[in-house]
Write a new protein. Sequence first.
Length: 94
Amino acid sequence: MLVANLTTGYPIEQQELKATNGELIPIKSSNLVNGDFENFDGNNVLQWKSQDAVGERTFIDTTIKKSGNASFRAEAINNESSRIFTVFKSSYKF
């Protein structure tokens, strides 16, 4: 059985970074609302445009997270889409 974690990401060029405690931290350059997934209602991510199969294939996970209180988890079941997306403006080009 092959298990893979796949996502689509878009490269960001010319992103300003700040070195803090040995890590490079992006300086905010967009108006991405709720990008940390901290605002949610059950498994529904608030302030995002669309989310597939809420509570079936896409979830808020309060157990596994890097920081804050929650993360977004998407599971691929039966080759069905498990996506979340929104629209935001950035001062940097993609």
